[in-house]
Design a protein. Structure first.
Length: 327
């Protein structure tokens, strides 16, 4: 079976590598154009492109696939490449471009998407972040037959995965990437036989996992500690939950929710400081930050962080609406 692969980040690279290891013929890879990254903001190839180049697989990087869009020349070149690949199917994972109808119709078996949630919960760009942020007990992977809608196609295979109370987006991402890679190989092995029949998604329980905005990093201390602890986990490793103290941004890499402190305190007020963590009052309960980072520094366990950053009870972290866009 000839498989075109469309994807961009590490989540997609894992699936691409697994397809290759399973023996599928990959004549073409589609991925996003190189983007500036790092302190020097140099152009950097996506994880998928780096894999494809290392394995001598042809790569196309159109800025758009819409013939009537801003970059029709990109779309035309991509169409020529896709047609010449003579693929049986296209596999899509976190690609980042909307596929117009002409792309969906070209492969004999259509386009299949690896989606990091149990649809229809968390359609959209950031299903892993949003599942943790919402406090979901489980998530999973859906292999979906793509249609013109946003993650609305029929489901071919679904497998759930529990969300551990300590899971961050990073750890859950890695587990879901591995699961998705296994499931897409399973689907492609069965697809030619017609053994898998698509199941329409339910009309209820639909949530949209909107793209993560960097401004969401600012912690709102008027929320409960349990909510803030989930946000810390959801925004690890990006954009990393943050707050401002004395004009300096502090990032929170790990934290836990504790019961209310005996002493009354205003939201954002530092209640206690110890090697175990920095306890901060919230609207309900206490958030204990156990891994922190100051501007220009490295993420450190609380005991090490406090050696280089003086914190004491009574200091107050800024309210979210008092801060500019956190950097």
């Amino acid at each position: 079976m000839r498989v075109i692969f469309a994807g961009t980040p590490e989540f997609a690279r894992v699936a691409l590598a697994h397809l290759h290891e399973a023996g599928f013929d990959i004549p073409l890879v589609l991925t996003q154009p190189d983007r500036p990254a790092g302190r020097g903001m140099k152009l950097q190839a996506s994880a998928v492109k780096q894999w494809a180049q290392a394995h001598q697989v042809p790569v196309a990087q159109p800025r758009s696939l819409r013939m009537d869009g801003k970059y029709p020349e990109d779309a035309a070149a991509a169409r020529a490449a896709i047609e010449s690949a003579r693929a049986d199917v296209m596999v899509v994972a976190a690609y980042g471009l909307i596929l117009p109808q002409w792309v969906l119709d070209l492969p004999r078996l259509g386009c299949l998407n690896i989606h990091g949630s149990v649809l229809p919960r968390w359609r959209g760009a950031a299903p892993i972040h949003r599942a943790i942020e919402a406090g979901d007990a489980e998530t999973g992977v859906t292999i979906m037959q793509m249609d013109a809608g946003l993650d609305t196609g029929d489901m071919l295979l679904v497998q759930t995965l529990p969300i551990d109370p300590q899971d961050t987006t990073e750890s859950l991402h890695d587990a879901l990437a591995a699961l998705g890679a296994q499931l897409i190989v399973q689907v492609l092995h069965q697809a030619p036989t017609g053994a898998l029949q698509g199941v329409a998604q339910a009309g209820e329980g639909i949530c949209y996992a909107h793209k993560i905005d960097k401004r969401e990093a600012a912690l709102d201390w008027t929320q409960p500690a349990s909510t803030l602890a989930r946000r810390v986990r959801a925004f690890n490793p990006f954009p990393v939950a943050s707050s401002v103290l004395g004009g300096e941004t502090i990032k929170f890499w790990r934290a836990q929710a504790l019961p209310p402190h005996a002493r009354a305190a205003q939201p954002g007020e530092v209640i206690a400081v110890s090697a175990e963590g920095v306890d901060i009052a919230t609207a309900s309960g206490v958030l204990r930050a156990t891994r922190l980072q100051k501007a220009g520094g490295k993420p450190l366990e609380a005991a090490d962080f406090l050696h280089g950053f003086a914190l004491h009870p009574g200091q107050i972290f800024a309210a979210a609406n008092d801060t500019d866009l956190l950097k």
